[in-house]
Design a binder for this molecule. Structure first.
Ligand code: SAM
Length: 195
């Protein structure tokens, strides 16, 4: 078995894979270079919705899927902000992956930001099936990252414990702002009110 704790990315995808059933629906809320979309396809997701605001990210994700022979008509690459995911997906989603921050090897100016990320996480929770998982990898070392993390954790802490379980993983002895993982699962169905 791989030493999962050494890699936040592997650890996050390990959790996600436990919640995905073959043939299920998954969302990559920040597809970037496509690594997470590829991992979701490999983990057995049939329908995948992958979002990014940057055209470059959508192109890189498509190229990554094609390279791995995983690209299909069931994979929807959508250039739009993740808070709009509800306009594209009906529901019954088993896993939603957020990998926050900026696109590696591109402008650091274009990064996820707290306000829209919180809206997007709320949108993801609305689409989640019972026993589904939202997995958020957070980076606090770049401008705006700490504030974004604070807002997302505040949202998670405020979730009704009768409906959700939220868990938070941080690499306690690592220096220089290591990535952190937030996991939220839906225990039972809920009727949402408008914001
Ligand atoms: N998951 C990616 C991978 O496997 O390569 C890495 C994602 S990268 C750390 C963060 C991505 O979030 C960037 O590509 C950025 O363009 C995207 N992003 C920033 N704001 C966004 C938004 N509002 N909606 C969707 N994506 C956004």
């Amino acid at each position: 078995m791989k030493n999962l704790i050494r890699s936040t990315t592997q650890l996050a995808m390990f959790f996600v894979s436990q919640y995905l059933r073959p043939g299920g629906t998954a969302v990559d809320a920040t597809c970037g270079n496509g690594n997470d979309t590829v991992a979701l396809a490999r983990a057995g997701a049939k329908d995948i919705y992958a979002f990014d605001i940057q055209k470059t990210a959508i192109e890189r994700t498509k190229a990554a899927l094609v390279k791995e022979n995983l690209y299909s008509e069931n994979i929807h690459l959508i250039q739009d902000s993740h808070e709009n995911m509800g306009a594209y997906i009906k529901g019954n989603v088993q896993a939603v992956v957020f990998n926050l921050g900026y696109l590696p090897a591109a402008s650091k100016e274009i990064a996820t930001c707290g306000e829209t990320t919180v809206k997007a996480v709320k949108a993801a929770l609305r689409l989640l099936s019972v026993d589904g998982l939202v997995c958020i990898t957070m980076y606090s070392g770049h401008p705006g990252g700490e504030e974004e993390k604070r807002k997302v954790l505040e949202l998670a802490r405020g979730l009704d414990q009768r409906i959700y379980h939220a868990a938070y993983i941080n690499m306690l002895n690592q220096q220089n702002h290591p990535p952190e993982i937030l996991l939220i699962t839906l225990k039972r169905g809920v009727e949402f009110e408008e914001d």
